[in-house]
Design a protein around this ligand. Sequence first.
Ligand SMILES: Cc1cc2nc3c(=O)[nH]c(=O)nc-3n(C[C@H](O)[C@H](O)[C@H](O)COP(=O)(O)OP(=O)(O)OC[C@H]3O[C@@H](n4cnc5c(N)ncnc54)[C@H](O)[C@@H]3O)c2cc1C
Length: 343
Amino acid sequence: MTISKLPYQFDFSLRRHNTFGIDASAHAYLPVTSLEMLLVLRSDPDAARLQRLVLGGGSNLVLTQDFPGLVLHMCNRGREIVGADDDAVYVRAAAGENWHELVLWTLEQGLAGLENLSLIPGNVGAAPIQNIGAYGVELQERFHALTAIDMESGEILTLDRSACAFDYRDSVFKHRLRDRAVVLDVTFALPKRWQPALRYADVAQELDARKLMQPTARDISDAVIAIRTRKLPDPAVIGNAGSFFKNPIVTAVQRNALLEQHPQLVNYQQPNGSYKLAAGWLIDQCGWKGKNLGAAGVYEKQALVLVNRGGASGQDVVRLAQAVQADVMVKFGVTLEPEPIFI
Ligand SMILES: Cc1cc2nc3c(=O)[nH]c(=O)nc-3n(C[C@H](O)[C@H](O)[C@H](O)COP(=O)(O)OP(=O)(O)OC[C@H]3O[C@@H](n4cnc5c(N)ncnc54)[C@H](O)[C@@H]3O)c2cc1C
């Protein structure tokens, strides 16, 4: 098979392109710097036939095996203020921009709104895929629109918030547009009448400790960075993909039954009356915190994070995840759903 015209690389190691540090390779790899490259790719029948994986920073992936297809690594760059109205300033960033650098850049421009999402690894293009969220703010609250190409039809899509169907760690890109849409850029609406989001006790406590009673967006960003640095393993030091499981949502009836058996159950009421359980607490109660299975383990400071203890394969991570899920099911009757994408 010949796939030429574009600077493909073959038998490409993905070890440095996934934060778990799993040693897997791709049959073919292409760093994508423009829409034109994707259009050329579509017109090449050999390349178009290959299975595709769109890659950003690789911080939400578990590579369970070598990837037999073509990895499209989004490397397009650019960020700018594109407009303003009475309510918001609009900022557009290319998919290949680093997320945290974008957050810091908006703060340098005097624009508030993304500060609670500081230090989340990965790139801008992946942020809408699972509607990233942290410390009381989700991407959808600051999202205006995005541009994507539908690789099946070649159509350029402009999707607003409702078309993206955002939900808790979920969007249309995990369903109808899965394996079809490549996000090219994202536009954010940053509010002119900004209110600090201090719902999370951790953030409020950190600001309190810093004696910041009327924090600026920069103060909140600094506080979030400090909390995250204390709590989460740095992927550059110990491989991981952040929170490995979503916090399960249960009905009020299930939550009440669980609370009777486990009075310490950590749970949060949702606006629709359901309850979110703290997955990390459930895993901790099963005795997994700090334990290993083969070369994969459960992080000692936060049971929600699975880590690579050194040389773990994707299969090691899968085995550990399944063992944790099985124990939580036996003890609590609750299904834990993984957050990262398994490839
Ligand atoms: C230490 C750590 C902490 C984390 N904390 C958080 C957190 O607080 N909150 C949170 O929500 N997440 C968190 N994560 C998860 C991760 O950072 C986010 O999901 C992030 O958005 C993934 O970005 P990425 O560029 O690395 O995506 P990748 O891992 O490269 O890709 C993830 C998925 O998005 C798809 N994708 C990537 N780019 C595009 C594109 N341009 N177009 C279409 N599809 C695309 C991929 O195909 C894949 O399905 C954390 C991860 C780590 C390692």
